[in-house]
Structure formats: structure tokens, C-alpha cells
Design a protein around this ligand. Structure first.
Ligand SMILES: [Zn+2]
Length: 292
């Protein structure tokens, strides 16, 4: 009699354990792909391009804003699952004083957020959503994967082309002299397959960092709604992999948010600070000033 009870009790806890692990493993497994570049090459390419970005684009250089973005960024980097950690990578987080709702990250770690993105966001979780998505492209090394897949090229020639695709974009506002929209495009315009991975890993990183992953989906919706007539550049670089909103929400259901990030008050104060500044110029305005 006693023995039966013990067995029953034992199987109940086995079932409990199985249920617990089933709900944990429901999050999507994402794998690193074979990349013919070395991680140090990601770093080298990204560093060169970032130096050029800082020279060519109007940087905001506002202490409290930089501090907020840095704080969110560091928190997210610290929450990247161990199997994706890239010890060679050097992360940096800068704010560009441009009005468009945009953001981009370069191989090896440098990330740039447009002021327009910070002003369009309603919460720190929404900012973290865009940053976690960008960070996922970096740690999954999507930029160099796409470049390697595309064609053979000279490493040295590549960095110069990145800036062309950033500041030139698809809207023809070419700022960088002599740059072409070429291979650099592969660093910034991602395939739908890579988008799906960045959405899902981004959601996972957010939850680990104490952010609400559903707010990444909300931010993408905001970007879509505020894109204007020509469509937002962000979504042309980061195309919808299909059912984006629902897929992120579904992933979020499998995730447990670890603690609270507590960057909300700093976000609120930066948000009103930015609103009090003179409006950020558009890329077009910056481009026409440079061409004179
Ligand atoms: Zn993306």
C-alpha cells in the first residue's frame, strides 16, 4: 500500500517536471550558421563602417540620451544566450540626429538609433525591442553571412560601400562621395528568413533582460503606421517575414520575463527632453546641405 503511494507520488512529480520542461522548450530554437568570415572580420568591417557613419551622419551627442541607449544596450548584450556570445565583438550604441524612424547595426557590434525612433517609441520596452532585434542580427552574424553568400569581394573595398547603403539608402539621398550601393547593402537589408530569426531571438533576449517582448511587435506596428508615403526605410531593410506581429506574440507566450529592467523612468525623461529640442533634420535635408 505504502509502496503504491510512493510510486504514484513519484510519477506525479515526473509529470510535473515533464510539463515544466515542455513549456520551457516551447521557445523557438535558433542555430548559428556556418560563416566563412572570422568573427574578427565582422569586428574589423563594422569598426571601419562605424567610423565613417560617425563622420558622415549628424550624431546627437546628448549625454542623457546616450546614457539611456547605452544602458538598454548593455542590458540586452548581457542577456544574449551563452551559445551566441561573441567575445570578440565590441558593442557600441549611438544616437543619430535624424527624423526618420530608423535604426541599424553593423557587423561586430556598432549600433545606431535614429532620434526619430526614440521619439516614436512609447516605452523603454519598445526601444529595447528594436535594439534586441538589431542585436540579434549582429550575434547571428547575418551581415557577413549575406555578404559571403552574395559574391566574392575584397575585404578592404567593402567597408566603403557600407556607408553608401546607409546614407544613400534606397531613396537616392547619397551623402557619401563616390560610394555605391553595392555589397554593403547586404549588411543592412536582410532576407525574410533572417528577419524571422532576429524577431524570435530578439524576443528571447528581451525577456531575459526584463523587457516585455510583445512590445517589439507593437513597435513594428508603430513603425509601419508612421512610415509615411514612401514607406519606412526600416521595414524595407527588415522585411516582414510573414505574420510578424502574431509570430512575436506567440513566441512571447513561451517566454518568462526575468525581473524588471527599470529603464522606464529614464526613458520618460529622455522622451520629453527630445521633444523640447529643435526637430531633427530629415536625411534629405542633411543630404542637400552636404551637396551644396
Ligand atoms: Zn531585421
Amino acid at each position: 500500500m505504502r509502496m503504491t503511494r510512493t510510486v504514484r507520488c513519484g510519477s506525479a512529480s515526473v509529470i510535473a517536471i515533464l510539463l515544466a520542461s515542455a513549456s520551457l522548450s516551447a521557445q523557438t530554437k535558433i542555430a548559428l550558421r556556418q560563416n566563412s568570415f572570422k568573427p574578427s572580420q565582422d569586428v574589423q568591417l563594422g569598426r571601419q563602417a562605424a567610423a565613417e557613419v560617425r563622420q558622415q551622419l549628424p550624431m546627437l551627442n546628448d549625454g542623457p540620451t546616450e546614457a539611456l541607449v547605452e544602458k538598454i544596450g548593455r542590458r540586452l548584450v548581457a542577456s544574449v544566450p551563452g551559445r551566441f556570445a561573441q567575445p570578440a565583438f565590441r558593442y557600441s550604441f549611438d544616437v543619430v540626429n535624424l527624423r526618420e524612424i530608423n535604426a541599424f547595426a553593423l557587423p561586430g557590434g556598432p549600433m545606431f538609433l535614429h532620434r526619430g525612433m526614440l521619439q516614436a517609441a512609447r516605452t523603454d520596452d519598445e526601444v529595447a525591442g528594436v535594439m534586441a532585434h538589431e542585436l540579434s542580427h549582429v550575434v547571428l552574424r547575418h551581415g557577413t553571412l549575406q555578404a559571403a553568400k552574395a559574391q566574392k569581394f575584397q575585404l578592404g573595398a567593402l567597408a566603403g560601400q557600407i556607408i553608401g547603403s546607409i546614407v544613400g539608402g534606397t531613396k537616392g539621398a547619397v551623402i557619401a562621395q563616390g560610394s555605391q550601393i553595392g555589397l554593403g547593402t547586404y549588411f543592412l537589408k536582410y532576407s525574410r528568413e533572417y528577419e524571422r530569426e532576429a524577431d524570435l531571438l530578439g524576443a528571447q533576449i528581451m525577456a531575459r533582460a526584463g523587457y516585455e517582448p510583445r512590445q517589439m511587435a507593437n513597435m513594428f506596428r508603430t513603425i509601419q503606421q508612421q512610415g509615411g508615403n514612401s514607406g519606412p526605410e526600416f521595414l524595407s531593410d527588415h522585411p516582414d517575414p510573414g505574420n510578424r506581429y502574431d509570430a512575436i506574440i506567440r513566441e512571447a507566450k513561451s517566454l518568462k520575463i526575468a525581473g524588471a529592467a527599470n529603464t522606464g523612468p529614464a526613458f520618460d525623461s529622455v522622451h520629453s527632453r527630445l521633444a523640447r529640442m529643435p526637430p531633427a533634420p530629415t536625411s534629405q535635408q542633411v543630404a542637400s546641405t552636404r551637396q551644396r
